[in-house]
Design a protein around this ligand. Sequence first.
Ligand SMILES: *Cc1c(COP(=O)(O)O)cnc(C)c1O
Length: 431
Amino acid sequence: MKFYSLKNPGFRVSYREAVLMGQAPEKGLFFPEFIPRHSKEFLAGWKKLTNEEIALEAIAPFTGDEIEMPALRKIIEETINFDFPLKKVEEHIYALELYHGPTLAFKDVGARFLSRCLEYFVSRSDKKVTILVATSGDTGGAVADAFYGVQGVDVIILFPSGKVSEVQRLQLTTYGGNIRACEVSGSFDDCQAMVKQAFADKELNDKYLFNSANSINIARWLAQQFYYYFALKQWPGDTPPVISVPSGNFGNICAGLLAYRRGLPVTGFVAANNENDLFVRYLTAGDYEELETIPTVSNAMDVGKPSNFQRVLELFGNDLRELRKHISAYRFTSDETMKAIQQTAQSTGYIMDPHGAVGYLALKEHLKQSGVQGGIFLETAHPAKFKETVQPLVNSEIAIPQNIQKLSEKKSESMRISTSFEEFKEMLLSQ
Ligand SMILES: *Cc1c(COP(=O)(O)O)cnc(C)c1O
């Protein structure tokens, strides 16, 4: 399997090269040269397989012979060594909890898969890799945890000052070692812009072998397909569900759509947006304007320009009408999100985090409008991760998992920088 650049279809590389490069020249996104369809035999029997076996089937056509089978099995085992339970919230509505990994959000799986693929590739070369990543909150923590102590890889994380939760800030700044955090006095988009500029900067590239651990790296994107198999495996209904995905950069939903194109039986997808609703506007009007990021209670979805948008379009042949047949999109405000957390806790006892709550709202709205029987929303983070927002809305005490409690005892360290790229560059060159 080769991967081509969406900026230049003639530019083709192997899985290994695509993972090591992160991005194609001119900020192109890598995309598989064909969509490997599942066989009838697989689709008839896959639900009896273990999660590890399913994940192997899901990923192997993409990694091909670039990772030896025993190594790939081990990478998968380490990537998904926690639970992915499907919980009933109310009649016809289920939550797939993706927050049982080390940093309590879904990004652990993609980040762990990527870190282990990189370790595999780097250990077979003499180069050191520097991961440069911008985060609106959860990516950075997942990357820090996944890469901490990984040989041959350094990590530099940029996050917007004052715009991440306390738990998120601790997860970014307490690892130390090969993990460094920069606190930027700006928005996530500012952080993202600085990272992109660094990737394109000649002088910096002479000194560093950069890699992005953002959801644009194919290792993260492809591994996120696993959730959709795990969700359907546990689905109790007879008709396939719709799946609602709280979306920011559109990496997660794009992985679901890929699995769907390969033949996974889903009735359709719902893109759940907060006030940063570019995709909703695009589906409605067929056009979009890139707007400034609006801060919301679901901060990991505060993305003005979703990086994976081009991949979503490519999966549907860049045909808007085709896209509309398979995906619906809805937008909810912070007020609506908080109200949903409060009401759902009251009526069902289920406590959602602000991201999952947007997914829940979008799913409910879609079931109402479409008449589809039932669905799953992805609960992408543990409510304790957003305790400041969630606790005042619910009666029962939200317990903070132990590994998070320990963070506040650790030393927190970060470098404060402005949004000036020149300043950032100076810092990198002087190290
Ligand atoms: C990153 C994140 C999202 C958005 O996922 P994308 O792949 O960027 O669309 C949603 N919820 C949580 C908790 C996240 O961390």
